[in-house]
Design a protein around this ligand. Structure first.
Ligand code: ASP
Length: 400
């Protein structure tokens, strides 16, 4: 295992998984539990990792620095979000995708009502932090960790034992992420074999154009928008993307930004972004910053509107962009969550919600690239926030 390295084995697992899924077909689905083991191992780490690293990270910030970090982080999240919407809407608008697509007899679909954004906002303050930790509610935990970190800094010496304890927990959790990564190749292999095995070519064929558009738009977002931003801020784009590539690979195979979070934090930190920035920008990003999901929702909304013969004006496009951006903020970082929130976008432009059934069958295939973009987005935001905050990134990352 030593010479090839974990990353090499992960890539091998990825490719072999696709081949096995394609050759074996449906029976490859039996491999899924091996993938679930991997996802569960990653999920096991999320809560203690976020809580400890964020509280310790924030305790090193002054109030002014915290405010600046907050402003910059959200600026980067939504600046790239708006660009993502513009790119997705131009691509799908020009494509004419969905026109003449058979809508057939629509089956009633069971769609859970998307949560109201106001409720999502209010739920950020935990009424019982222990309960939030136990239930794994990420946003309330983030809120509590931030205020705890601020209070630890203000309390000074008496709070030191607590800080040391959390610091110890944080380092231990990072170590554990490393151990879990050794299982990564098997997990990635099983997830890819299952995905490819259960999606036959005949299922995908009618959707080839839609799939192509989602992959094209998300690739543009990564290789032009994120790479361009990194370059503007004098960070070598492909070097950085290369250093963090485990995160998008895991995101692609697990379809979960939350489950991938421990890996995203590890690789971003290893690439040279500071601990405080990593722990501040990434957990929040994994919950509210999802450019890939927004792009997918915008593209599907136009595709379905075209399929239903609803003609869209410029005003509709604007509405789709705004609602898809909002819907992506409310989307949880778990597989398929973006599909549920798509109903919010469809509702805004009067497309029958049942239209979701038309794209549900291939959701996993569209979930893979959007989740990969969601985590890349966070890792790029972390580098940009860190750099603009005067953090010293390793020399090999910098454009002189
Ligand atoms: N699977 C995505 C994620 O975890 C969310 C989505 O369904 O769009 O980031």
């Amino acid at each position: 295992m030593k010479e090839i390295g974990v990353l090499g084995w992960i890539l091998i697992g990825f490719v072999v998984g696709i081949l096995v899924g394609a050759i074996v077909g449906k029976p490859a689905a039996e491999l899924r539990p091996l993938g679930t083991v991997f996802i569960n191992l990653l999920r096991m780490l999320i809560i203690p990792l976020i809580f400890s690293t964020l509280a310790v990270g924030v305790s090193a910030f002054t109030g002014k620095k915290l405010g600046k970090m907050f402003g910059k982080t959200y600026f980067f999240y939504y600046f790239t979000g708006v660009l993502a919407m513009i790119i997705a809407l131009i691509i799908v608008g020009l494509s004419g995708a969905g026109v003449g697509f058979p809508t057939g007899e629509l089956k009633k679909v069971e769609i859970k009502a998307p949560p109201k954004l106001v409720d999502v906002g209010l739920a950020i303050i935990p009424t019982n932090p222990i309960e939030s930790l136990a239930k794994g509610d990420v946003l309330p935990i983030i809120f509590f960790a931030i205020v705890l970190g601020m209070a630890m800094a203000a309390a000074g010496k008496p709070a030191e034992p607590l800080k040391n304890f959390l610091q110890g927990l944080a380092e231990t959790m990072y170590k554990l992420v490393g151990y879990v990564l050794w299982y990564g190749p098997i997990g990635v292999f099983a997830l890819m074999a299952w995905t490819v095995g259960t999606h036959g070519l005949s299922v995908l064929k009618p959707y080839a154009y839609l799939i192509f558009l989602v992959y094209l738009a998300t690739a543009i977002q990564v290789f032009i928008v994120y790479a361009g931003l990194l370059r503007i801020f004098k960070i070598r784009p492909y070097h950085y993307l290369n250093k963090i590539k485990e995160a998008p690979i895991f995101a692609f195979s697990t379809c979960s930004s939350s489950a991938t979070l421990p890996v995203t934090m590890r690789v971003t930190r290893a690439a040279g972004v500071g601990d405080g920035t990593t722990s501040f920008v990434l957990p929040m990003g994994a919950t509210v910053n999802m450019d890939g999901t927004g792009m997918y929702q915008a593209i599907c909304a136009v595709f379905l509107a075209n399929a239903f013969g609803i003609s869209l004006s410029l005003h509709h496009y604007f509405l789709i962009g705004v609602t898809a951006l909002l819907a992506s903020i409310g989307t949880a970082g778990v597989p398929g969550a973006g599909l549920i929130m798509l109903s919010m976008v469809l509702g805004a432009i009067g497309v029958p919600i049942e239209g979701i059934a038309l794209v549900a069958g291939i959701d996993r295939i569209l979930d893979m690239p959007r989740t990969a973009v969601n985590v890349t987005d966070d890792a790029v935001a972390a580098a940009l926030v860190g750099k603009t905050e005067g953090e010293k990134l390793p020399d090999d990352l910098l454009i002189r």
